[in-house]
Design a protein around this ligand. Sequence first.
Ligand SMILES: Nc1ncnc2c1ncn2[C@@H]1O[C@H](COP(=O)(O)OP(=O)(O)OP(=O)(O)O)[C@@H](O)[C@H]1O
Length: 220
Amino acid sequence: MSDLLIEARGLHKAYGRTEALRGVSIDVAAAERVAITGPSGSGKSTLLLSLAGILRPEAGEIRYAGTRLDDLSEAARTRLRRREFGVVLQFGQLVPELTALQNVALPLMLERHDRASADRLARSWLERLDAAGLADAVPGELSGGEAQRVAVARALVTSPRVVFADEPTGALDTVSGEALLIALYDAAKEADAAVVTVTHDNRVAARADREVRLVDGVVA
Ligand SMILES: Nc1ncnc2c1ncn2[C@@H]1O[C@H](COP(=O)(O)OP(=O)(O)OP(=O)(O)O)[C@@H](O)[C@H]1O
């Protein structure tokens, strides 16, 4: 057996007449950092959301640790996602009514951790991302970069096998964008998690172990 974590073959996904994915195959090995790049509209987000089990492609197969992800029921996919995956999206992923600490602790609370241990772990992840001082702030009080650091802490708090990040640095200036990505890569490495990032940014792609470039819904 190889150490392949994700094996996707021949993925097709259309939105009405727009074919976003036209036969994409991609593998991700355990602890590997893969950057998905390509022009706007080439299908990067659609591929990421499909691999993360959030979108269901119309054709093709996705195996996660040998299990067919695309065949699972919605409930089973949600359970697997909560247990095995961390996700950082572009915007609005923090719950506005909760503090940063409560946002980071939320995935643990959903997994029935007790409050004290969830808060302790959440605080330690905020510290690792240099965001301990933000613990009591609500998302409306955070800058774009601060909110993204909190979102990264929340994606890692459950010790996922894979972190999926859709343009995590898109809203940030060059310096804070790169710092956030380094923090994500370092934290994932420490936790032995694979990272799949969608990015327009060459510097981000250069830090990955491998770049997969999409053009018009196929791997270029
Ligand atoms: N929910 C949707 N409804 C209709 N069309 C969509 C939807 N989501 C994406 N598309 C279309 O599918 C194609 C691929 O979109 P996708 O967002 O996957 O590309 P992308 O490479 O991530 O683009 P960007 O870099 O601009 O974020 C585009 O033509 C887009 O307009």
